[in-house]
Design a protein around this ligand. Structure first.
Ligand code: HEC
Length: 228
């Protein structure tokens, strides 16, 4: 009985090899895979077209307004510090002047080196709320939500030391961080850093300002509001 089984198995294997192993002609079809594992993944390989995107290009351009992590402004031998270190329309540090470093030589400078417009303040407010408010709090009191999760000693901006601090030093803290605060220089482009500094100044002023600091035109509007 067993003998017939082995003869049968032998014939079956010969037949199987004849049919499956030696097809006799070339085939472009993929081989039958019993355990495909993860051999086939819908991924984009470098320099290969992709039907996923309507323009059939696998390689994508960076999203407008974004910068690859670790990007440094292009430099050349002739101009090692091009002052417009722009990438994708966004400007990062690319020089040694006040605009780029917050310093004049080895001193912190003060003043916002960009036109302080309503748009700049609005931008600063938006960026501040995205990047800083989690720790420093919406009004800069150092009471952001991160404090509830164990981050200690977050600086409040409402102390004389920070009220008197040069704008350039605050700018530098945004770029490089300070003690337990990490730097944001690789995430916040140059113009936005200054916009945030300007907004921090507004937050500080808002704590101590009186009605007399409000421009006459705006004063009437404020006074018309219901008083507490
Ligand atoms: C993850 C929490 C966190 C975030 C986000 C954060 N900070 Fe801070 N920041 C801190 C802590 C903590 C300190 C206190 C550091 C120390 O011990 O001197 C600090 C200190 C500061 C100081 C005072 C530095 C000094 O010289 O004493 C400034 C100014 C400041 N932060 C600005 C910012 C700005 C602007 C942003 C947003 C771009 C920001 N921080 C985002 C945690 C944070």
């Amino acid at each position: 009985m067993l003998r017939y089984f082995f003869i049968g198995l032998g014939l079956f294997l010969v037949g199987l090899f004849a049919v499956a192993g030696f097809r006799g002609q070339k085939s472009g079809k993929p081989p039958i895979e019993i355990f495909p594992d993860m051999d086939h993944q819908p991924k984009v390989k470098a320099q290969v077209p992709s039907s996923f995107f309507s323009d059939n290009r696998g390689n994508r351009l960076p999203v407008a307004g974004t910068v690859p992590i670790g990007y440094e402004a292009p430099r050349s031998k002739d101009n090692p510090f091009p002052d417009e270190g722009k990438y994708n329309g966004v400007r990062f540090t690319a020089g040694t002047d006040y605009l780029n470093t917050g310093r004049f030589g080895d001193q912190w400078g003060t003043g916002i080196p960009l036109p302080v417009t309503a748009e700049l303040m609005q931008r600063g407010k938006e960026r501040y709320q995205i990047f800083c408010a989690v720790c420093h709090g919406a009004s800069g009191g150092g009471n952001g939500v991160a404090g509830q999760y164990g981050l200690v000693a977050i600086a409040s901006y409402h102390q004389d030391r920070l009220r008197e601090m040069a704008d350039g030093e605050i700018y530098n803290t945004i770029v490089h961080g300070k003690n337990t605060m990490l730097g944001y220089g690789d995430r916040i482009p140059l113009n936005d850093r200054w916009a945030i500094v300007a907004y921090i100044r507004a937050l500080q002023l808002a704590q101590t300002a009186t009605i007399n600091d409000v421009p006459a035109g705006e004063r009437a509007k404020l006074e018309a509001l219901p008083q507490p």
